[in-house]
Design a protein around this ligand. Structure first.
Ligand SMILES: C[S@@+](CC[C@H](N)C(=O)[O-])C[C@H]1O[C@@H](n2cnc3c(N)ncnc32)[C@H](O)[C@@H]1O
Length: 245
């Protein structure tokens, strides 16, 4: 029998989810950065800065950024730690190509290497990285456990994984306003700025289907990470999870 999973609120065949997710990011790639600024009123920049701050990267560290998209996190790491080496990776060619072009235009190509790969089957050796980061990517994986196991395998002993992802607001009233914004404003904003409301409807749905803070922490621990904790940002709309190998 064909195994099912979710793609937003829809049920799809497990083998088909990556294709659906690929369709979303291919469709939004060109307007991705503008939409990120518009829908978060620029806050995603701050969240990514906090991620890099918490990551505790040191000079000469080797870092893998998974689901890197257009390269925001890699850019921050590259500028702050010029002696680090950053592997900037994404499954989607359109998103990654924009990132590669940006790295040249915005001066972070010196210490970055761009590679197209799935975070669920990482083609690097065991213990290759000091730090692995993933921003707003895990939510889209078909098999999150497979991805987390792969990330752990590729980390050096005591290496750190940092996951920046949408999560669950703490406050009920805040949560209701956020739901209204997500399902009423976000798709309209998508239609207006990206000519694509379906992809932003998927965004809102995929966030609701993603494990909350405690359940994601449990999943990270189940997949072998230690000293796991999370930090809530903006009342838990976004959380940063940290785990050690
Ligand atoms: C919302 S974007 C995040 C981009 C960037 N990290 C940021 O924070 O702006 C999600 C990215 O995850 C990528 N992605 C989805 N599934 C993936 C997978 N299995 N492995 C690697 N990347 C994946 C998509 O192609 C997309 O570029």
């Amino acid at each position: 029998m064909n195994k099912k999973t979710h793609f937003g609120f829809k049920e799809v065949n497990v083998k088909e989810k990556a294709k659906h997710v690929g369709g979303v990011f291919t469709s939004v790639a060109n307007s991705y950065d503008v939409m990120n600024d518009a829908m978060s009123i620029g806050l995603h920049r701050l969240w990514k800065r906090v991620l890099v701050e918490i990551a505790g990267i040191k000079d000469n560290d080797v870092v893998l950024d998974i689901a890197a998209g257009t390269g925001d996190i890699a850019k921050l790491i590259s500028k702050q730690f010029p002696s680090s080496e950053i592997y900037v990776s994404d499954i989607n060619n359109e998103m990654l190509s924009l990132g590669r072009e940006r790295s040249i235009d915005e001066g972070f190509s010196n210490n970055t290497h761009f590679c197209q790969l799935s975070g669920e089957a990482i083609p690097f050796n065991d213990a290759a990285f000091d730090v692995i980061t993933i921003g707003f990517g895990l939510r889209n994986f078909t098999d999150k456990s497979a991805g987390l196991k792969e990330m752990r395998r590729c980390l050096k002993k005591n290496g750190r994984l940092l996951i920046l992802e949408f999560s669950k607001p703490n406050n009920l009233l805040f949560s209701k306003v956020y739901d209204w914004y997500s399902f009423n404003i976000l798709p309209k904003l998508g239609a207006l700025l990206a000519n694509d409301s379906d992809s932003y409807q998927y965004l809102a749905e995929s966030i609701r289907m993603h494990p909350d803070q405690e359940n994601l922490k449990k999943l990270i621990i189940e997949n072998g990470f230690q000293d796991c904790k999370f930090y809530n940002l903006l009342n838990g709309i976004v959380a940063i999870h940290v785990g050690y190998k």
